[in-house]
Write a protein of this length. Sequence first.
Length: 133
Amino acid sequence: MNKLEHIGIAVSNLEAAEQLFAQLLGTASYKREEVASEGVITSFFQVGNVKIELLAATHADSPIAKFIEKRGEGIHHLAFDVDDANARMAELSAAGFQWIHTAPKDGADNKRIAFLHPKSTGGVLTEICEDKG
């Protein structure tokens, strides 16, 4: 893992959360993007070398909608930058970690992503992300 790439935060109302975080962080969101495969709209803020990713559900069955229903709004995941997502998945699998995804897939902000199952990471949903280039 190279660095913490971003912190994902589940929100019910993206517009209200963008206003709140813009005021809190002193900077506007630099990008909004829908990831249809995950049923989510994302909004990114750059804070130093780390990003904050707000995640809002696009439909009631999405993973974010289910997360908010169970746990409420708040921190959803930690994402770490890697050079090679396929290689890192293989290394972590060999070490006994379990994955939600079987292979990296396209994510927001020009990344290939995969999530580790929180059962194998001490209850913390963890994402690896690789720049698409």
